[in-house]
Design a protein around this ligand. Structure first.
Ligand code: FES
Length: 154
């Protein structure tokens, strides 16, 4: 079975530092997890998450500073609210809600970053690959041609 692809948005001030710490401690996490640094978890618009899925990710994880630690004060609170809303909408796009998560990792939590990323990755590994690109809407049925207005059938 092919390895899942996990897109991980990490905020610059905490979670990216956590990834750096994990690297410094030589803690590895799955190679299929791709980290994208953003300035704040609040910067991750739902459109970015959906774009990630459309681009081939099997899962998307947002990692930000712990509540109260966001360097933009409210960014992670905004992210958490948006994530809760997005999770309720993912089903409409054919995406199981388990494929999306948000969590908090500080700059000193290398082990936590490894654990959170690995747990999500392992969960994706138990699921089939996401096939959004191959899903096309079924062609609409054409209506049967009916009698023309004013015509008389025998
Ligand atoms: Fe880390 Fe806002 S700067 S969540």
């Amino acid at each position: 079975m092919p390895e899942p692809r996990l897109l991980v948005f990490v905020c610059n001030f905490c979670s990216y530092g956590g990834a750096d710490k994990a690297g410094g401690l030589r803690l590895d996490y799955p190679a299929g997890a791709r980290l994208v640094r953003v300035m704040c978890s609040g910067r991750v618009d739902p459109q970015l998450v959906l774009h990630g899925f459309r681009a081939g990710a099997d899962g998307v994880l947002i990692l930000g500073c712990h509540p109260g630690d966001c360097h933009f004060k409210e960014g992670n609170h905004h992210a958490a609210r948006r994530a809760a809303l997005l999770a309720t909408l993912l089903g409409q796009f054919g995406i199981e809600p388990e494929r999306f998560a948000i969590d908090w990792v500080s700059a000193g939590e290398g082990e936590r970053l490894q654990r959170v990323v690995t747990e999500m990755y392992d969960r994706l590994a138990t699921m089939p690959r996401l096939q959004l690109a191959r899903q096309r809407p079924a062609p609409m049925a054409q209506p049967e041609p009916g009698p023309r207005p004013g015509s008389v059938r025998p």
